[in-house]
Write a protein that binds this ligand. Structure first.
Ligand code: MN
Ligand code: MN
Ligand code: MN
Length: 312
């Protein structure tokens, strides 16, 4: 049924354009289940509007939005890849590990992600405590309320939500200012959270039948660290196209992908429009084609058969 809808849409597109357009997939974005501004349903509609063939939802440390996104994607005839972006720490840097095509109902993974959100909550308490010491009075209730769009229990709260409150209450002029003054690494109220390693995150994803992909390596500013993470965590892929990568980064990581025999991935890291601005990329602006998605699917099905373990 879904496949049929897909084919029909493609035919329509071909007729309109006179020639076949390559199919595009955006494999990195956030919904209201973490720190994005759009619901999973809205993201699916945006993906359809922008002519994508499919997309992945990759919220921070939660799979809460995947069911809703999958339902709307199916209704619209889009391919959908379940995803997640797990926060880890290595070499003194926050390293993000993307996971794709795992079983969203895997209980072990759900428990593990819940544990990470528990760590997030404790860290959030510590940040709010530091802010209070600095004379900045914001509460967790205000942060969780998100300006009238309250978070559900299994959704993850983070620094962008705090930045919103800081701006609303006049403690910062805009989000950049809120991060620079209070929330960024090294700023007055920054608290570094206890984190799992990239290898743990990659193992969790594999154990749930999924494919780990190292997110935005250019953001870490340390290619020796990137190589160390690739060697230890052994992700199956690396995100080469990302709004924070320049053309030189992209070329460098494509070469690295060849060297390590990795899949290449791309995504916009769309978080929606906050205070009138698109932070990170615009949905659909950074995409892969069918070949990359097929490679991910092959990697996921070999993970299912236990080849990851068997192959070492
Ligand atoms: Mn984010
Ligand atoms: Mn990230
Ligand atoms: Mn992201």
């Amino acid at each position: 049924m879904n496949k049929h809808t897909n084919e029909r849409m493609n035919e329509t597109k071909n007729t309109l354009n006179g020639e076949r357009e390559p199919e595009r997939y955006d494999l990195h974005m956030h919904s209201t289940s973490s720190d994005g501004m759009n619901t999973p349903t809205e993201l699916a509609r945006l993906a359809a509007e922008r002519g994508l063939a499919g997309f992945a939802l990759t919220d921070h440390d939660t799979a809460a939005g995947l069911g809703e996104a999958a339902r709307e994607a199916e209704r619209l005839g889009l391919a959908f890849l379940p995803g997640v972006e797990i926060s880890t720490r290595a070499g003194g840097k926050d390293i993000h590990m993307l996971g794709y095509l795992f079983d969203p109902s895997d209980e072990k993974l759900s428990e593990r992600l819940e544990g990470l959100r528990g760590v997030r909550d404790r860290r959030n308490d510590l940040i709010l405590e530091r802010l209070r010491e600095l004379g900045v009075e914001i509460t967790l209730e205000e942060v969780r309320d998100r300006g009238g769009r309250p978070l559900k229990p299994d959704e993850s709260v983070g620094r962008p939500h705090m930045a919103d409150v800081l701006v609303r209450k006049g403690y910062a002029v805009d989000l950049r200012d809120a991060f620079d003054k209070y929330l960024a690494e090294g700023a007055a109220a920054y608290v570094s959270p206890p984190r799992i390693s990239p290898q743990d995150a990659a193992d969790w994803i594999r154990e749930a039948g999924g494919v780990p992909v190292l997110a935005h390596p250019g953001l870490y500013g340390d290619d020796d660290l990137v190589r160390a993470v690739l060697a230890e965590a052994k992700p199956a892929g690396i995100e080469v196209r990302h709004p924070d990568h320049g053309a030189d980064d992209e070329a460098r990581y494509r070469k690295l992908a060849e060297e390590y025999g990795l899949l290449t991935s791309a995504g916009s890291d769309y978080h929606g429009v906050r205070q009138g601005k698109v932070f990170h990329g615009e949905l659909g602006g950074y995409t892969v084609g069918t070949a990359e998605v097929e490679a991910l699917r092959r990697a996921a099905s070999s993970a299912d058969r236990g080849c990851w373990k068997a192959g070492g």
